[in-house]
Design a protein around this ligand. Structure first.
Ligand SMILES: CC(C)(COP(=O)(O)OP(=O)(O)OC[C@H]1O[C@@H](n2cnc3c(N)ncnc32)[C@H](O)[C@@H]1OP(=O)(O)O)[C@@H](O)C(=O)NCCC(=O)NCCS
Length: 177
């Protein structure tokens, strides 16, 4: 049985209300906000963050606080829009800026994919990403996600229109590396 909660440097843990404080700290960063969400980029209150993540409840959603081996909050990984009878769902991930570009995202998603495909028995995962998020695009493609299309001109930032790209991964295509 392959562990889906512990990687070499990260763990998927229960989201606890007090984790929202660390996540709010990460949101004090306009680039982070613009990479993560199409909603108006502004830091949310601790309470708003807590409520948003606590609303992700089974069977339609799951939320994990990503922690380092020292227990520090590194970010969050979520599954939402799960249709259990169809075996499909959506995936999202956000790590705080100090953790970008060091392979942590890859470790986290490997665990989330195991959880999704081996525990929830999903057949398909969907993920969306803005065309300017090169780091995330690279990560998803390396994990085997296939670009399936684009929501053209989905958002305008700094006066420039951007597409939101649609990626999907079928369990049958997944390599549990
Ligand atoms: C997106 C995110 C989860 C990726 O996690 P990460 O730990 O930074 O990514 P990794 O280090 O595992 O992998 C990133 C890959 O992109 C490459 N990369 C790093 N910086 C890059 C950049 N500026 N441009 C292009 N590629 C880049 C890395 O080399 C790596 O590829 P490789 O494994 O082939 O070397 C994380 O950066 C994050 O949370 N960002 C802010 C929120 C966000 O964008 N969420 C996703 C919304 S769709």
């Amino acid at each position: 049985m392959k562990d889906f909660l512990h990687g070499e440097r990260v763990a998927l843990t229960a989201f606890r209300g007090e984790d929202a404080g660390a996540l709010a700290g990460f949101e004090q960063d306009s680039e982070y906000l613009r990479l993560y969400d199409a909603d108006v980029a502004r830091p949310r209150t601790v309470e708003a963050i807590r409520t948003a993540y606590e609303s992700l409840t089974p069977p339609g959603g799951f939320v994990f606080t990503v922690r380092g081996l020292d227990g520090a909050v590194m970010g969050v990984a979520c599954l939402d829009g799960i249709l259990p009878f169809q075996g499909v769902g959506g995936l999202s991930i956000a790590l705080g800026r100090p953790f970008w570009g060091q392979g942590y995202g890859r470790e986290v998603l490997r665990l989330v994919l195991r959880f999704s495909f081996n525990e929830l028995n999903l057949r398909r995962l969907t993920i969306t990403v803005f065309d300017y998020n090169a780091r995330a695009i690279r990560l998803y493609e390396r994990l085997g996600f296939v670009r399936e299309g684009a929501f053209r001109s989905f958002l305008v930032r700094d006066g420039e229109a951007h597409d939101m790209l649609l990626y999907g991964l079928l369990r049958s295509e997944w390599h549990d590396t």
